[in-house]
Design a binder for this molecule. Sequence first.
Ligand SMILES: C[S@@+](CC[C@H](N)C(=O)[O-])C[C@H]1O[C@@H](n2cnc3c(N)ncnc32)[C@H](O)[C@@H]1O
Length: 226
Amino acid sequence: MYMRLRSLVLSAYNALFARAVEKLFFHQLVTKTNNFGKSNWLGKPIWQNTFDLWIAQETIYEIKPSLIIECGTNRGGSAYFYAQLFDLMGTDGKVVSVDIEKLHDLSHPRVTYLIGSSASEEIASQIREMANQVSGPVLVILDSDHSEDHVAKELALYAHMTTVGSYCLVQDGIIDELFMFRKGRPGPLPAIEKFLTKHPEFEIDHERCERFLVTHHPKGWLKRIK
Ligand SMILES: C[S@@+](CC[C@H](N)C(=O)[O-])C[C@H]1O[C@@H](n2cnc3c(N)ncnc32)[C@H](O)[C@@H]1O
C-alpha cells in the first residue's frame, strides 16, 4: 500500500516537474526568438513556431489538400511555404490567403491573396466559392486576429469548409496559457472550447498538438470526423 502511494506521488511529482520545465523552456524560446518573428522560409519571412510548422508540413503531406484556406497572410511566408510543399509533392493544391492589409510583394501561381477582413461576408463568400470548386480535401488555418470574438466568427464562417478527415487549425491558443501573452486574452482557447460543445463533428487531435511538447497551438488541431 505504502509503495503504491509512493509511486503515485512520485509520478505526479514527475509530471508536474516536467510540465514546469516545458513551460520554462517555452518561455525562454519565445523570448529568445522574438516569438519566432524573425524566421524565414527560403528567405521569405514566416511567423511560425518551427515545431508547429513541421507538424503543418506532416499534416499537409498526409491530407494532400486541394485547397488550404489561410486567414492571416502577414508577410506571406506561410502561404508561400504551403504552396511550395504542393510544388514538391506535385499535387494540384492551391492556397487562398486573406489579410486586412497587404504587407508583402510575394506571388506564387498556386496562391490567391485576398485583402479584407476574414470575418466579412464578402471575403467569406469568395472563399466559399473556391472551396465549392475543389473536389479534394480542404484544410483551414486560422492565424489572423486571435481575439476570442474574432476566432469565434472565423470558426463559424470557415470551419464547416473543412472536409471530413481534414483539419481546421486554430493557431495561437498559447495566448491563453503563457503569462507573457495575457494582454491578448481572451484568445483562441475559449473560442475553441465553445465551438466544440456545439460541433461534435470536430474533435481535438491531441497527439498532433502535443508531439513536440511545446506548441503555439494547444487544442488547435481540430479534426473533422463526420
Ligand atoms: C500572426 S500574423 C499571420 C502570420 C502568417 N500566417 C505567417 O505565418 O507568416 C496575423 C495577420 O493577421 C492579420 N489580420 C488581423 N486582423 C485580421 C482580420 N480581421 N482579417 C484578416 N486578417 C487579419 C494581420 O494583419 C496580420 O498580418
